[in-house]
Write a protein that binds this ligand. Structure first.
Ligand code: RTP
Ligand code: MG
Length: 139
């Protein structure tokens, strides 16, 4: 499998709870290389654009409010089979269904406030990475 990239955010709930270090350790232990990373905050409009794919879903308003309420860590990660392997590392959307050893099992509070984001395809990883980072911020 070719080396490729995924995009992640440590979400406001996990930043507020002081879990940046713990989550970055799990990402490093999972074999991911950091290509780009920063602490940033999305505006309401940023979150509406980032999650536009979910705009008809009943939880959209709640999701936008949550994701814009405080700082996040945004990062681009590189590994063989990055998108799929990172989604395995983060675990199921609902932490009650997340496997032992996953980031969401350890750090997520609920299906909405679930600690981390992981891109769901190579195409979306590229779009989401470009949403947050300029080319000169990727290494
Ligand atoms: P993500 O995009 O954040 O990696 O999460 P995911 O693929 O596992 O889940 P997705 O279906 O893409 O949903 C995006 C985010 O919306 C929130 N959500 N809330 N209240 C609810 O029922 C509900 N369902 C989803 C979560 O923050 C989820 O990660
Ligand atoms: Mg998703």
């Amino acid at each position: 499998m070719a080396t490729n990239r995924t995009f992640t955010m440590i979400k406001p709930d996990a930043v507020e709870a002081g879990h940046i270090g713990g989550i970055l350790n799990m990402i490093a232990d999972g074999g991911f290389r950091i290509v780009a990373m920063k602490l940033t905050q999305m505006t309401v409009a940023d979150a509406q654009n980032f999650y536009a794919i979910h705009k008809e879903r009943p939880f959209f308003g709640e999701l936008v409010e949550f994701m814009s309420r405080g700082p996040i860590v945004a990062a681009i990660l590189e590994k063989e089979n990055a998108v799929e392997d990172f989604r395995t590392l983060i675990g199921a959307t609902n932490p009650e269904q997340a496997a032992e050893g996953t980031i969401r099992k350890k750090y997520a509070k609920s299906i909405g406030e679930n600690a981390v984001h992981g891109s769901d395809s190579d195409e979306n990883a590229a779009i989401e990475g470009a949403f947050h980072f300029a080319g000169r911020e990727m290494f």
